[in-house]
Write a protein that binds this ligand. Structure first.
Ligand SMILES: Cc1ncc(COP(=O)(O)O)c(C=O)c1O
Length: 416
């Protein structure tokens, strides 16, 4: 229905809107539905008691300060802690290279605000994180995509695509959202080298890097970039803006994340953030610091890895048991998601409709494709549901896919 407001919105809001999939996913919030849809951490890993104690300490010891306005850059002890922690991974930064943001989602939006002119092309993986597309659509971004395989973006194709002149390259090297795929070290180096040759900055989005359940840690793109250009020494410069977040290692409800960038980029992002929210909540930053310090965060991340690693295995085992032949899926070494590809001829939004009737849900993969496609793909989250629900949900979903394949006469055509 048309309203008088329709003519009042800015042009950029025309690209905002609710999708059919989003409407379907609203139905999955009902308690009797097993949802593999959201990217939600498990509620049982939230350190509620530790937060309670930290809130009391902050209010007792620094009450007025914690309730006051503060600097845009963020609470200094928190930035110092992040800098210390990050230096362990070989990033030679100081707190001046860090901006605290209200979630990485805000960092993506600020990057859009600072860098994207209308019709600028952004080079993204195919598929990529939907939240980044949402943030950048509002700034009039266009996209060029690079295909992926099980080792991440296919960097052999990068040079040809980079010649289209993208403003920056957006990459999720660790356990990518949505596919769970990890970019190999060799390809990380190739990405850095080509980006440098063509003078194109890289945005590295890394919410899941610490949540590895098997295999060896790979150096992040920002670290390799530092080695590539100046042996990783301070002052921190280079071609990469790095994002990470407390959402998956502590709690998403506190909306705390950080950007690491050369100082001149931090200045610009600070100016942009001042126009958005002045600063991220002082109280949240102080409490997160109080909770995390003294080695708590390391111990906590260990525990999360154990819980999620187990859940990933349960989901993978259940898929092997219950999914019909012809469906393929990734085997992520960490993170929160895996990615399934159904045979041609099936449609994941249609499967979702049938799945919701059977009280199970997932996210259809299409919206993660910046330039269309992905009709048969689905993203499955394994961190949020309990082990029992994981197995039951995958059994239900397997039956739904089987029924759809049968209805289309596809099941008997499959070998095995
Ligand atoms: C790749 C990626 N970037 C950014 C975000 C946003 O995280 P935050 O909760 O820090 O805003 C997410 C959340 O799932 C994500 O998967």
């Amino acid at each position: 229905m048309e309203t008088p407001w329709d003519h009042r919105y800015a042009q950029r809001t025309q690209r905002m809107g609710s999708s059919a999939v989003r409407e379907l996913l609203k139905l999955t919030e009902k308690p009797d539905i097993i949802s593999f849809g959201g990217g939600l951490p498990a509620p049982d890993v939230f350190p509620v008691e530790d937060f309670l104690a930290a809130c009391e300490r902050v209010l007792h010891e620094q009450g007025p300060q914690s309730l006051q306005y503060s600097t845009t850059e963020g609470y200094l002890p928190l930035r110092e802690m992040i800098a210390r922690h990050t230096r362990r991974y070989g990033m030679h930064i100081t707190p001046d290279n860090i901006l605290i943001t209200s979630g990485s989602q805000q960092a993506l939006d600020l990057i859009g605000k600072v860098f994207i002119n209308r019709c600028d092309r952004i080079l993204v993986e195919e598929p990529t994180y939907l939240g980044a597309l949402q943030a950048w659509n509002a700034y009039g971004a266009e996209y060029v995509t690079i295909p992926m395989d099980e080792h991440g973006m296919i960097t052999d194709r990068l040079e040809e695509i980079v010649r289209t002149g993208p403003k920056f390259i957006y990459v999720l090297p660790n356990f990518q959202n949505p596919t769970g795929v990890t970019l190999s070290e060799e390809r990380r180096r190739k990405l850095i080298e080509i980006a440098d040759r063509y003078g194109i900055p890289i945005i590295e989005d890394d919410p899941y890097g610490q949540l590895r359940y098997e295999g060896k840690h790979l150096p992040s793109v920002v670290v390799l970039d530092g080695q590539f250009r100046h042996n990783g020494e301070t002052p921190f410069r280079g071609n990469v803006i790095y994002l990470s977040t407390f959402s998956k290692i502590l709690a998403p409800g506190i909306r705390l994340a950080w950007v690491i960038a050369p100082q001149e980029v931090i200045y610009k992002l600070v100016q942009a953030k001042q126009g958005v929210d002045l600063h991220t909540a002082t109280f949240n930053q102080m409490v997160a610091y109080e909770v995390s310090r003294g080695g708590f965060l390391d111990r906590h991340v260990w525990m999360i890895r154990r819980v999620y690693g187990e859940r990933r295995d349960i989901m993978l085992d259940a898929m092997a048991e219950f999914f019909p032949p012809g469906v393929q899926w990734t085997h992520p070494e960490g993170g929160l998601f895996l990615w399934a590809i159904m045979p041609e001829g099936l449609s994941s939004p249609e499967v979702l409709k049938a799945a919701i009737e059977q009280k199970v849900a997932f996210v259809p993969g299409g919206p993660f494709y910046a330039c269309g496609g992905g009709e048969t793909t689905m993203r499955l989250n394994f961190s949020n549901a309990t082990p029992e629900k994981l197995r039951l949900g995958i059994e239900r979903l397997g039956n739904v896919i089987k029924a759809q394949m049968e209805a289309k006469g596809m099941l008997h055509a499959q070998p095995g």
